[in-house]
Ligand binder design. Structure first.
Ligand SMILES: Cc1cc2nc3c(=O)[nH]c(=O)nc-3n(C[C@H](O)[C@H](O)[C@H](O)COP(=O)(O)OP(=O)(O)OC[C@H]3O[C@@H](n4cnc5c(N)ncnc54)[C@H](O)[C@@H]3O)c2cc1C
Length: 410
């Protein structure tokens, strides 16, 4: 996992602050200072930031590295008042070809979703707002160059980051630190089954007990929250259920030696080329630190399915790991000319893992939050179901929710 593209914007700066230890009561200070030193930055001048590819007409094509190569403003320059799909927005501003290939691929890479259904207002609010203000849109933001870190990341010109022990080490370290602090009660691997109103706030039924809370900051996926909420929240239960998600098959492959015909971050595949295979990340290029210490191998991640999962692979419950592995290696063979078999592989089916911000998402989230406010419910909604699907976005949302409750954490 590499943090880089941050579509809804803003999240990265907050993440930076959090990583530097600006948190309530200094709770995370020590550990996050350590985390800061574990960051693996990838600068803009790195080949993995400069070279991103598209697989079109059965060939790899290097994507233009900045807005100048892509901005072809097409008339009429008109602004719709309502929400609009990303495909329609880009076609109107920049032309159909760009929307069909680059934007189609980008949305598959970021949302595993269909740009003909996704909302520009919710997925790329920076672009939507720029147009509403009659400013110009900078497509570079869409293509992964729009991240706004602060401090060291700005001076060192980071385009992406990961952590030395992998992203998993972030929640692991948080858990470890919280456990040691003695100030929290942690319940892990214990699903929330019901949330009930109580005199002082809420009672939360978990698989392993009951917790009382005066305020809930829920990071549950919207559907999971909808099944737990009490009947008094009926007006928002349906709206939460209506936030769709897609399933993605993630296939990690390792090959002996250097097998890539090009070096770069990876390549995306537009839906017109191959509906099932979304893209391939060349993990060894941006993060060689994660390679095996001995032996020389190349690591790739193939992402498949998303909005096209059912159509291409059928019911996620019936698809086999062998089928997914075969499909991924076939793609690598076709796109990258790799004829050898992988020396190691892992297939993970991530069910309902990425929320899809379809047209109307913004209004739906606004209406859910206004119900919460109107009814004075001690409940904050964070997580990828609402305000952005990237890790940076969800950290930003969590920080904002904490600030709203406790005052500024800066
Ligand atoms: C294949 C893939 C690749 C990605 N790559 C990137 C990337 O490179 N960069 C990036 O920024 N983002 C990436 N993302 C997005 C990133 O994973 C999300 O931003 C992030 O995981 C969202 O965090 P979250 O906590 O909102 O949701 P999740 O990570 O989905 O966590 C939700 C949690 O809620 C738990 N849960 C569900 N129901 C209940 C219940 N009833 N009770 C208790 N717990 C429950 C689930 O078990 C899960 O642990 C990727 C996503 C996928 C699927």
């Amino acid at each position: 996992l590499a943090m880089g593209v941050s579509p809804p914007g803003g999240g990265a700066t907050a993440l930076c602050d959090v990583m530097k230890g600006k948190s309530p009561n200094g709770l995370f200070e020590h550990k996050f200072s350590e985390k800061w030193s574990e960051i693996l930055p990838v600068t803009y001048s790195h080949v993995a930031s400069k070279n991103r590819f598209l697989y079109v007409n059965e060939q790899l094509h290097r994507m233009p590295s900045g807005p100048s190569g892509l901005l072809r403003t097409a008339p009429p320059f008109s602004r719709p008042l309502e929400d609009e799909t990303i495909h329609s927005f880009v076609s109107r501003r920049l032309g159909g070809e760009l929307a069909d290939i680059a934007i189609d691929s980008l949305c598959r890479g970021v949302f595993a979703g269909d740009c003909r259904k996704l909302s520009v207002r919710s997925c790329f609010p920076v672009l939507y707002n720029a147009e509403q203000r009659r400013g110009s849109i900078i497509l570079g933001m869409l293509l992964g160059s729009g991240i706004h870190f602060c401090g060291r990341s700005v001076t060192e010109s980071w385009a992406q980051w990961s952590l030395i022990r992998g992203l998993q080490s972030l929640p692991e370290s948080l858990t470890e630190f919280l456990q040691r602090s003695g100030r929290v009660q942690l319940h892990s691997e214990a699903a929330v089954t019901k949330i009930r109103p109580s005199e002082t706030g809420w009672k939360i039924d978990l698989e392993d007990g009951v917790v009382s809370a005066d305020h809930i900051i829920s990071a549950l996926p919207a559907k999971a929250l909808s099944s737990a909420l009490p009947p008094s929240c009926q007006p928002i239960i349906k709206q939460l259920q209506d936030i769709s998600t897609v399933t993605v098959a993630v296939v990690n492959l390792e090959y002996e030696g250097s097998i890539l015909p090009v070096t770069g971050f990876g390549h995306l595949v537009p839906s017109s080329e191959d509906r099932g295979l979304l893209g391939v990340v060349y993990d060894s290029v941006p993060f060689p630190e994660h390679n095996r210490p001995e032996g020389h191998t190349t690591r790739l991640t193939v992402m498949m399915g998303g909005a096209w999962f059912q159509e291409v692979f059928g019911d996620p419950e019936s698809v086999t790991e062998d089928d997914l592995l075969a499909r991924a290696t076939e793609g690598v063979q076709k796109h990258l000319g790799v004829t050898s078999a992988p020396s190691w592989s892992r297939v993970v089916l991530q069910r309902d893992c990425i929320p899809q911000y379809y047209l109307g998402h913004f209004q739906r989230v606004e209406s859910i939050r206004s119900f919460i406010k109107k009814n004075n419910l001690p409940l904050s909604l964070i997580g990828s179901s609402y305000d952005g699907v990237s890790v940076n976005d969800v950290i930003f949302g969590g920080r904002n929710a904490a600030e709203e409750l406790l005052g500024s954490v800066v």
